[in-house]
Design a binder for this molecule. Structure first.
Ligand SMILES: CC(C)(COP(=O)(O)OP(=O)(O)OC[C@H]1O[C@@H](n2cnc3c(N)ncnc32)[C@H](O)[C@@H]1OP(=O)(O)O)[C@@H](O)C(=O)NCCC(=O)NCCS
Length: 175
C-alpha cells in the first residue's frame, strides 16, 4: 500500500499552463537562462493561447511543477519557443514527456513541420530533439545574449503517420 502511494506521488503528469503557475516557472526560468523571460512575456503568451496561436504546458512530478514549454503556430508550422526543466529534475524524462505532448498536438492540428532554435553547445537539448526527428537546417549567427550561435532545427512530415509512430515509440519506451 505504501509502495502504491509512493508511485502516485512521483507520477509525471502534464497540464496546460495557467497564470497561477508563473511564480514557480519564473523561479526555474531565472535559474536556467542568463536572459530569462519576464512575467509580462509569459502573461502575453498565455493571453495569446486564447486565439489558438500558442500552446504552453507545464510538467509535474507529484505535486511539484518541474518543467514547462510551449510553441507558436504559424501557418503549417509549429515553432517550439521554450522547453525547460528544473535543474534538480533533469535527466529523468520530463522534457521528453513535454515533447511527446507538443508533438501530438502539432500532429493533431495538421502541422506539417516543427522548428526551433537551440544553442550550438546545448548537447542535451539537441539530443532530445533529434530523437523526435529534428535535424539541423542552418545556423543563426550570434543569436544568443553572449553571441553564441543558434542551430535551427526542423522536423518535417509532422502530419504523417510515420511521425506519430516515432512519437508513440518514444512514449512506449519511456520509464
Ligand atoms: C534540455 C532540457 C530541457 C532537457 O530536459 P530533461 O528533462 O533533462 O530531458 P530528458 O530527461 O527528457 O532527456 C532528454 C535527453 O537529454 C539528455 N540529457 C539530459 N540531461 C543531460 C545532461 N545534463 N547532459 C547530457 N545529456 C543530458 C538525456 O540523456 C536525453 O538524451 P536522449 O534523448 O539521447 O536519451 C534540460 O536540460 C533543460 O531545461 N535545460 C536548460 C534549458 C534549455 O536548454 N532548454 C532548451 C532550449 S532549446
Amino acid at each position: 500500500m505504501s509502495f502504491l502511494r509512493e508511485r502516485a506521488t512521483d507520477a509525471l503528469t502534464t497540464e496546460i499552463m495557467r497564470r497561477r503557475h508563473l511564480r514557480r516557472i519564473l523561479d526555474i526560468e531565472e535559474q536556467l537562462y542568463p536572459k530569462p523571460w519576464t512575467h509580462r512575456t509569459f502573461v502575453t503568451e498565455l493571453s495569446e493561447m486564447r486565439t489558438g496561436s500558442r500552446y504552453y504546458l507545464v510538467a509535474y512530478v507529484g505535486d511539484v511543477l518541474v518543467g514547462y514549454g510551449g510553441m507558436w503556430f504559424s501557418g503549417d508550422d509549429a515553432h517550439i519557443t521554450n522547453i525547460a526543466v528544473d535543474p534538480a529534475c533533469q535527466g529523468r524524462g520530463v522534457a521528453t514527456e513535454m515533447m511527446i505532448d507538443l508533438s501530438i498536438l502539432a500532429h493533431d492540428r495538421g502541422c506539417t513541420a516543427m522548428t526551433l532554435e537551440v544553442r550550438h553547445t546545448n548537447v542535451a537539448a539537441q539530443s532530445l530533439y533529434r530523437r523526435f526527428g529534428f535535424v539541423p537546417a542552418g545556423i543563426r549567427k550570434r543569436y544568443y545574449e553572449n553571441k553564441d550561435d543558434a542551430i535551427i532545427m526542423w522536423a518535417h512530415g509532422v502530419d504523417t503517420s510515420e511521425f506519430m509512430e516515432r512519437v508513440r515509440l518514444i512514449e512506449a519506451r519511456r520509464p
